[in-house]
Design a protein around this ligand. Sequence first.
Ligand code: ZN
Ligand code: ZN
Length: 128
Amino acid sequence: MSTPEARARIVDSVGQAPKVPRHCLLPACEASFDIVAVFSGVDAANGWRLLSFFGAVYLCPAHAGPCVSGRHLPSWLDRSAAVGMTGIGCACGWKWRPSAPSTMGDHRDEWVAHLADEIAALAAGEGN
Ligand SMILES: [Zn+2]
Ligand SMILES: [Zn+2]
């Protein structure tokens, strides 16, 4: 439990601390929030979502919707495949399998590109 005094000290130290921005997972998105301020309770990460599948990455409120709804969430395919040859899938049925041994970063880039396409398509649909 934190006392009001302890909390005030934390708030003070955060006020002096350098900001530690976390950016939206989508490369074209410039949204970010200060994770130190959020963890210390100074600021709320309103609408930001942690996507723990790729480690700790975040989606901004504008782009978290498809994941929050469960329509688009990453999952591994072929867990028994050779190292680096595991595929990645999405809750919507999208799949990607590497043609050569690949890293987690490759899988993430493919899935993020897929999510960006879906979000763009969604936005275009809303414009009609
Ligand atoms: Zn975003
Ligand atoms: Zn999907």
